[in-house]
Write a protein that binds this ligand. Structure first.
Ligand SMILES: [Zn+2]
Length: 418
């Protein structure tokens, strides 16, 4: 009995020592932490955070002035944001700014601004009252997924794509890529198969947005279309076919996505308004009045005016031998006049029914070396091709992508990291 009691006491003593040691360790850790925090400045103090969502009409100046910033600080911060973070405008309903101050009525000492889901700009005020700016990218976990689908009877590419689980934004992008090669109105048939490989961006295990389209494949009537996204050694990014030829053409066959062809190129057509045979030197796309008309390619506006047949029209000269013409516009885009340089996809005007027209549509012409050609069938030049070095790199990369596609095919739940 006595012995047992002793053992018990010894055990208690051991426990007491252990607990004491534990407490001492905790105290030591706490001391170290508080010491460390103290050396990092005012972070340990309770802070007040105000989050301001940018709404329409807000300017940086107004938002900062509301938070009590002086005109001098506002000016310094605006300059810093532009120079160090590339931020010059705020996006309403999208951007938010966090203002951090030590107490409710103290001045702001820190600001955090996110100009997009993957970028963070931090502005801090030092003891002398000077502001400093630091911009950094938020790390993303990029996963590459693969989706394949098939056109069913009566489907549009969009419907079939959504059934295959491809997000709308990616589909729109793919549509744009393929629009250089295909006529989505007449080249779509039941039984055609397609696939898309694209990126999904995750943060802390949750999907935030979609990334780039890595590869596209479409079983088209005129042969399979396959495109790979590739970064050249000079940093520029483009899409290339299997052999490394530029897949993006200098002109689009269908400037307006998803627009139905209502009248094709035909040099002996009976004119709907005039009633007699007259060449239709372009393609008509049905679209409602006011639909933006994008330039089919980069170039310079060489004519903008009105004539009885075309109504309001714009003519653009592209790379030397090509010109495009857009007719029946309801109005021209602001800032687009003769001599204006436009980029591919830039809005140059809006669909209408001016001139000799039976209803709102875009009449689109491609003129090659002064002669009208059929936009749907003309062989269009590629924007860029690869040099020998890049071509070799591309072919190696293409094999990697093809292998990945093989692994991912029929496994929609899988992803890889390229
Ligand atoms: Zn026409």
């Amino acid at each position: 009995m006595e012995k047992a009691k002793n053992i018990l006491t010894i055990r208690r003593l051991t426990w007491a020592v252990l607990v004491l040691a534990g407490l001492l360790t905790l105290t030591a850790i706490a001391l170290v932490v508080s010491q460390w925090n103290r050396s990092r400045g005012p972070v340990v103090r309770p802070e007040c955070e105000t989050v301001v969502m940018v709404s329409a009409g807000d300017t940086l100046g107004k938002l900062l002035s509301d938070q009590g910033f002086s005109a001098r600080d506002i000016d310094a911060i605006a300059k810093m944001l532009k120079k160090d973070a590339g931020v010059s405008t705020l996006r309403a309903d999208n951007d938010k700014i966090e203002f951090i101050r030590a107490t409710d009525d103290a001045p702001v000492t820190r600001m955090v601004f996110r100009p997009g889901p993957w970028r963070m700009v931090e502005l801090t005020c030092d003891d002398t009252g000077a502001w400093h700016c630091q911009a950094h990218d938020i790390e993303r976990d990029t996963r590459v997924v693969y989706r394949a689908g098939e056109i069913h009877d009566g489907d549009s590419f969009y419907v079939a794509g959504q059934r295959a689980g491809i997000p709308a934004g990616i589909l729109a992008y793919v549509y744009d890529l393929l629009a250089f090669e295909m006529d989505f109105e007449r080249d779509i048939r039941a039984g055609q198969r397609f696939s898309v490989m694209y990126e999904e961006n995750y943060q802390d295990g949750a999907k935030v947005d979609n990334g780039n389209v890595i590869a596209v494949w479409f079983q088209a009537l005129r042969g399979n279309v396959k495109m790979y996204r590739f970064r050249k050694s000079d940093g520029t990014i483009g899409y290339y076919d299997e052999d490394g030829n530029g897949a993006i053409k200098s002109l689009k066959r269908t400037p307006i996505n998803n627009a139905r062809v209502t009248s094709s190129f035909n040099l002996r057509r009976k004119h709907p308004v005039l009633g007699f045979t007259r060449a239709h030197k372009g393609v008509d796309f049905r679209a409602s009045t006011g639909t933006p008309i994008p330039s089919a390619g980069a170039g310079r506006v060489v004519a903008r005016g009105f004539n009885k047949g075309h109504g309001n029209y714009v003519k653009i000269r592209h790379n030397g031998s090509y010109e495009t013409l857009y007719a029946h516009m309801s109005r021209f885009a602001k800032g687009v006049g003769v001599g204006t340089n436009v980029r591919q996809g830039q809005t140059i005007g809006y669909v209408g029914s001016t001139g000799m027209s039976t209803g709102p549509h875009l009449h689109y012409e491609i003129i090659k070396n002064g002669k009208h050609v059929n936009p749907m069938t003309v062989k269009l030049p590629a924007i860029s091709n690869l040099g020998a070095n890049d071509k070799e790199r591309f072919l190696n990369y293409r094999h990697v992508v093809d292998d990945a596609i093989e692994q991912l095919a029929d496994r929609p739940d899988m992803f890889i990291q390229l």
